[in-house]
Ligand binder design. Structure first.
Ligand code: PLP
Length: 389
């Protein structure tokens, strides 16, 4: 039977018959794994990426999470790592070595940029940043030593949508591996493998975990890249704990219901903000006036709870007063949990290939699972503070 997304999110990776009928997989705490014999030890070593071999390689708890995320994303395999940034660095280092070149989207998550500019540079790997709207024009930027084209769509502060199929097609023509950060959409709202992507990274910390209580990253991929990626991330010593895998899997079980609500509440807030005189623009791919809206509509299956608000010019102190006085919107990094958040965005410095100019201050909002009317009441009081009332 073909299983649709919410069914997969609910059941994929669960094998109750293997665990006395218990719905959820047990939490394995493991370092040492005992073998039956030397022959068994040797056989398991050959199969170490696909079996229980040593704690660092994963346990049935890890495998349950990986199986579920791979199924939901229509990937062949998944590898869990200790953070979203671990997924980014692990995926990049799986395909890059000294003398290689990577094309990185200019709107990328800032720590990804820092990783390229410091760690990759230190190992003799060169990064060129490209305009998120480059589309098929990426071909002109590919050099003989370009090994990876990296996308993030939308950017998590500026929300530009990329033409993923056009970029992937041009990249494949020159044998580049296409990596995409799919954290904003989650495996529910964008299906990267339908659009030519080879390897996907997630900050599972966000919507997969969904409860702001675990750091986790997941790399998903086509079969042909599995050994290369697993060799790299295992070789760097990346391993995740059983309790964290269990919590990530528990979060994943409700991602369908949660994201439906995040989507609806974010759209309610975005549309309300759009009509306010303090607001210059709302950065939300599902709004028809958003620059990448047509691409979003063509390729995405939904929109999540994270969006931006560009205000008309206001003093920094007024913006701080708005944010500091929020009752329901917390001030903090990360997002994807059940709670609403509001953070100031400082974007100008994080760009090199393109300019990001807006009329006034920008804040990023994560729409949580609170009652939308309460959130709007909180925002309305915040806008009073912004105006100085
Ligand atoms: C948060 C985030 C990451 C990093 O995830 P961590 O789990 O915080 O390391 C990577 N990419 C995007 C788009 C993110 O929002």
């Amino acid at each position: 039977m073909t299983k649709r997304d919410r069914t997969l999110a609910t059941h994929a990776g669960n094998h109750p018959k293997a665990h006395h009928g218990i719905v959820n997989p047990p939490v394995y705490h493991a370092s040492t794994v005992l073998y039956d014999s030397v022959a068994d030890m040797r056989a398991r070593h050959k199969e170490r990426f696909n079996t229980v071999y040593y704690g660092r390689y994963g346990t049935p708890t890890t495998f349950a999470l990986e199986e579920a995320v791979a199924a939901l994303e229509e990937a062949d395999r998944a590898v869990a790592v200790p953070s979203g940034l671990g997924a980014v660095s692990g995926a990049l280092l799986s395909f890059l070595g000294a003398g290689d070149h990577v094309l990185m989207v200019d709107s990328t998550y800032e720590p990804t940029r820092v990783f390229c500019d410091t760690q990759l540079r230190r190992f003799g790997i060169e990064t060129t940043y490209y305009d998120p709207s480059v589309g098929a024009g990426i071909a002109a930027l590919i050099r003989p030593n370009t090994k990876v084209v990296y996308l993030e769509s939308p950017g998590s502060h500026t929300f530009e949508i990329q033409d993923v199929p056009a970029i992937a097609a041009a990249a494949h023509e020159r044998d580049c591996v296409v990596i995409l950060d799919n954290t904003w959409a989650s495996p529910l709202f964008f299906k990267p493998y339908r659009h030519g992507v080879d390897v996907v990274v997630h900050a599972a910390t966000k919507y997969i975990v969904g409860h702001s209580d675990v750091m986790m990253g997941i790399i998903t991929m086509r079969d042909r890249f599995f050994t290369q990626v697993k060799t790299q991330v295992h070789g760097m010593g990346f391993a995740v704990g059983g309790d964290d895998c269990y919590l990530a899997l528990r979060g994943l079980r409700t991602i369908g219901a949660r994201l439906a609500q995040h989507q609806q509440t974010a759209l309610t807030l975005a549309n309300w903000l759009k009509g306010r005189p303090e607001v210059a623009r709302v950065l939300h791919p599902a709004l028809p006036e958003h620059p990448g809206h047509d691409l979003w509509k063509r390729d995405f299956l939904g929109s999540s709870g994270l969006f931006g608000v560009v205000f008309n010019p206001f003093d920094d102190a007024r913006v701080a007063a708005m944010i500091d006085g929020m009752e329901l919107f917390g001030l903090g990094f990360s997002w994807g949990g059940y709670e609403s958040l509001m953070v100031p965005s400082s974007l100008g410095s994080a760009r090199t290939a393109t300019r990001w100019r807006q009329p006034g201050p920008t804040v990023r909002i994560h729409a949580g699972l609170e009652d939308p009317d309460d959130l709007i009441a909180d925002l309305a009081r915040g806008l009073d503070r912004l105006r100085g009332n």
